[in-house]
Design a protein around this ligand. Sequence first.
Ligand code: MG
Length: 158
Amino acid sequence: MVHVGIGYDVHQLVAGRKLILGGVEIPHPKGLDGHSDADALMHAITDAILGALGEEDIGHFFPNTDPRWKGVASSVFLEEAARQVLPRNGRIVNVDATIIAQQPKLYPHIAAMKKNIADALGLREAQIGIKATTNEHMGFIGREEGIAAMAVASVDLP
Ligand code: MG
């Protein structure tokens, strides 16, 4: 039976941080603030997979009060989500995600993001969908105060 999970994440854009999305460092005057590398895309996908398993969320597995996860690459979280699938004899069918960012333009980085996410999850790039859209200058995303990501994952479980 195919189970579906949803994930959403948002981080604040601040000066003095690297902008990392889908494991790609993207040149930009501001980066996402957070305990880890603040990769909102990988966090949303992690939660989507955990959600499809009926598991607790990313904050339960990786509390932002735990110094072990300070500054860590968020591929670690994706790898853990994929590892949670194994003892259930399941397999991730596909992942699809949308990044919502007013700036910068993300399209040139999408292919590299797909590769990083596929590698972390042990999937093929064709199983990973990533889109980027702006917020048409509305709200906190439109004012470039933050970047959000949403994701769904489908997991085939016996
Ligand atoms: Mg997050």
